[in-house]
Write a protein that binds this ligand. Sequence first.
Ligand code: ZN
Length: 326
Amino acid sequence: MLPVAELHLHIEGTLEPELIFALAERNGISLPYADLDELRARYEFTDLQSFLDLYYANMAVLQTEQDFADMTRAYLARAALAGVRHAEIMLDPQAHLSRGVPLVTCVNGVASVLATSEGDYGISTLLIAAFLRDQSEESALAVLEELLAMQAPIAGIGLDSAEVGNPPAKFERLFARAGDAGLRRIAHAGEEGPPSYIIEALDVLGVERIDHGIRCMEDPELVERLVEELTPLTVCPLSNVRLRAVDDMAGHPLPAMLAVGLNVSVNSDDPAYFGGYVDDNFAQLASVLGLSEFDCVRLAANSIRSSFASEERKTELLAELAASGS
Ligand SMILES: [Zn+2]
C-alpha cells in the first residue's frame, strides 16, 4: 500500500451502516429502516442532493462526545489499512448544531481522538471546520466566532454541501475572517457547479486548495492557470461516480487531468456512502482506467505535498513513499 495523505474526507461520511445501527441502539433512537439491508438499499443516489438527504438523516445517531469519538476511531483504523499516513478531516459543525448537539460535543469528540492519532494509528491529522454553503453566511460567521472563542483545535475552514446556486462569493466575509485568524482555507468547487465557481473560490475566498474541481476541464484557460499555480485539486473518483458527476469510472477525467499536469490527488470524500476508502479508489482507477504504478506514486506524492502537514512530516512521508517503490 502506498503511503498517502487524505485531504478530502468528511468525518460524518465515514459513518458505516453497522455503526449507525449500533449508535441508534445505544442512544435509544429508532431508525426509519428495519435492518442493514434496507438502509444499504438507500445508497443508490441520483445526484448530490439525494445523497445529502440520507447523509443528514443518518447523523441523528450522533449525540454524545463518545459517538463522535467512536466514529473517528473507526475511520482512522480503516484509513490506516488503506495506506493513509496523514489526514485532514472535515467536520460539519452546523449539521450538528441544527440538531441541538452542542459545538463542544462534536468538536471535542473528534478532536480528542485526533490528538493521539499519530501514536495510535500512525496517521498525523488536522481538523478542518467545514461550513454548509446552503446555509447563510451569518450562520457560518457565528459558528466560526464560537469556534475561535472556544479555541477549537482547527487548522482551517472548508465549504461543502449543495453547490449549485450557492457560489463561493456568498462566503467572502467568512473566508476573510478565517484568513485574519490565521486559518488555512479550502472549498468544494467545480463538482456539480461550473468552472467559474473554482475561479471565485481562488480569487474571492483566497483558498489554497480546491475540493473536487473536476469541472475545470471544461475551461482550458482555467486549466492552464491551475497547472501554472500548482493548485491542488482533491479528486474523489468513487464519489463522482456515485453522485453522477461523471457517467461511470471509465469516463472519469482523472487520467486527462494528470496528463495535462494538474496537481490532483485521490481521496474518499464520504467513504461509507460512496463504495470505498482511498485504497478502493486507487484499485478502481487501476482496474478500470489502467492507471499505472508510476501514476499512483505521482498521485500519492501530490497528496503529501498538497497537505498542510509540517515540512518535516512531508519530508518523512515522501521518503517513505520513495522507499515503498524499491
Ligand atoms: Zn466532499
